[in-house]
Unconditional design. Structure first.
Length: 538
């Protein structure tokens, strides 16, 4: 089979690319996805994400390597394996990050990736229910919305945030440069009753086009190179090996785990690593799979009284009432994102801007490995360090594409990260201790009142902390020796090959990563189309 563009991976980025590139009826686009169609109803019910993160067929089932930073635990590392990728299983939070995140990318030498350069692509993607303005778009495919159901306890937390020094922002995606601590309602990739994944918003519209072919259940083995040019990919489906030829470009959109893994299987990477796994070197790029960055999440939970929480609404007759609200009004518990309120706070003296993100939920999980809400009324503050300094890796373990790669974020390997995480837990405690919350506060369940010293808090972090699903930076953009792509997202030293997904971030954004990933794909699609116009003009 043959197409002008062969896109590997139908996650957030791949869906955007398929939509934008196939908009030209004279361009043939092939999209290859390892997972299946997004037919599972839990994908489309917003609160269904709680059942999806360890789903046996809709995720890859990855685990991070055992690591001393987390007391030798092998942390589950969910990544979507379905049309829409992780946008079909995530918590639907649409928060872009601080403007300084992107200005830093530009300062690293990536032209056009500063805040001024990326804002138009955030707006191009978006169909914001509040209408277009300086920061939002309303003509894009991605439906985004405000938090419509605002529980009383969440109002109290926002009041508490202002009491500890955070400024309330009606629009958390309208942050001026240099903004200090702030708190507000999260925005969501949800509209009404349904999750608005990249598959539902971008890909579903593109599926009607005859020049787009989508292949599901297909595992890509490698990029096919002729000299220093990518000409296609090899993949298998149904036990049969196949090849797709790209007349213009191959685009890897497999995410921060999948894209470096495919490059390594193709002989593109660190020669020493490739020698260990028995893959001949096709092109030396030592940064492939290096620089893995992720946000390390730890939770503080407390029991409350005298105020409704999601816990008691999740079972029995109250749940039937919530089900009716969902069916007849498109409101209530089943429309909740992973969090309803977010706060940005500064805990390190040396930080110029807030360095910890706190996501608040008017719910708490019961003890144990099963993701189930507690019986007692509770609340949760989940926090992560916005700009971790710890660096990990993704490495193929062998030349077999069916074997999962080694994944190790090396959480808490940097002293600054340890100080910041400890400070983040203390910040959640300050929020819970504020006057607005105290009338309802019963006591802390996790880490627990007995855990007070820095050493005790660090031990709690190592025992319980986990990924918040923001894997990035493993094919980073830049010009330094460890960079994998340039600022047009072309793989250094090769022709006809780009990487366009969260892996190209030079540094992880401060907050949730799905919105920036979609922006990256919008900007990458524009770069590809500009290259095509230049070829025609030449």
């Amino acid at each position: 089979m043959q197409a002008d563009y062969v896109i590997v991976g139908a996650g957030s980025a791949g869906c955007v690319l398929a939509y934008r590139l196939s908009a030209d009826p004279g361009t043939r686009v092939l999209l290859i996805e390892a997972g299946g169609r997004d037919r599972n109803p839990l994908i489309h019910i917003p609160a269904g994400y709680m059942k999806l993160l360890d789903h046996p067929t809709l995720t890859w089932g990855f685990k991070a390597e055992a690591d001393p930073g987390v007391n030798g635990r092998e942390i589950p590392y969910p990544r979507g394996r379905v049309l829409g990728g992780s946008s079909s299983i995530n918590g639907m939070i649409y928060v872009r990050g601080q403007p300084e995140d992107f200005d830093h990318w530009g300062q690293l030498g990536n032209r056009g990736w500063n805040w001024e350069g990326v804002l138009p692509f955030f707006k191009r993607a978006e169909n914001w229910e509040g209408g277009a303005d300086e920061f939002h778009g309303e003509e894009g495919p991605l439906l985004t919305s405000k938090t419509s159901d605002k529980p009383e306890l969440c109002h109290k937390i926002i009041e508490a945030g202002t009491q500890i020094g955070c400024e309330y922002h009606e629009d958390v995606n309208h942050l001026p440069p240099g903004a200090g601590g702030n708190i507000g309602w999260v925005q969501q990739t949800r509209r009404g009753r349904r999750r608005q994944s990249a598959a539902r918003t971008y890909l579903r519209a593109a599926m009607k086009r005859s020049n787009l072919e989508i292949i599901t259940g297909a595992l890509v083995h490698r990029v096919v190179l002729e000299g220093k040019r990518a000409v296609g990919v090899e993949f298998s489906r149904g036990g049969q090996a196949e090849r797709a030829h790209a007349t213009r470009e191959v685009i890897l959109s497999g995410g921060a785990i999948g894209s470096p893994h495919i490059l390594q299987l193709s002989g593109i990477g660190d020669p020493e690593h490739l020698a260990r796994i028995g893959v001949p070197v096709s092109h030396e790029l030592r940064g492939v799979g290096k620089n893995l960055q992720d946000h390390f999440l730890a939770r503080c939970t407390a029991e409350v009284k005298g105020i409704p929480t999601a816990n008691e609404k999740s079972r029995g007759l109250p749940f039937l009432g919530e089900l009716a609200r969902y069916v007849f009004a498109g409101q209530g518990l089943l429309t909740y994102a992973a969090s309803l309120v977010c706060a940005s706070v500064k805990v390190l003296e040396e930080s110029a801007t807030p360095d910890v993100q706190i996501l608040f939920a008017n719910a708490s999980f019961a003890p144990g490995p099963i993701r189930k809400l507690d019986v007692k009324p509770g609340m949760t503050g989940g926090m992560w360090q916005m700009r971790p300094l710890s660096r990990g890796y993704v490495e193929a373990k062998s030349s077999d594409p069916r074997q999962a790669p080694a994944i190790n974020p090396r959480y808490l390997s940097d002293e600054t990260d340890r100080r910041c995480a400890i400070g983040g837990l203390r910040a959640v405690r300050r929020l819970f201790a504020a006057p607005a919350v105290q009338p309802y506060y019963v006591g802390e369940m996790l880490p627990g009142a007995a855990v007070q010293s820095d050493d005790e808090l660090l031990d709690y972090l190592r025992q319980t902390g986990s990924t918040v699903f923001h894997a990035t930076c493993t094919c980073k953009m830049g010009q330094d020796p460890m960079a994998v792509v340039d600022d047009q997202l072309r793989v250094h030293g090769l022709e006809g090959l780009r990487v366009i997904d969260a892996s190209v971030m030079p540094t992880v954004t401060s907050t949730n990563t799905n919105a920036p990933t979609i922006m990256i794909a919008e900007k990458g699609a524009a770069a590809i189309k500009a290259s095509a116009r230049q070829r025609l003009a030449a």
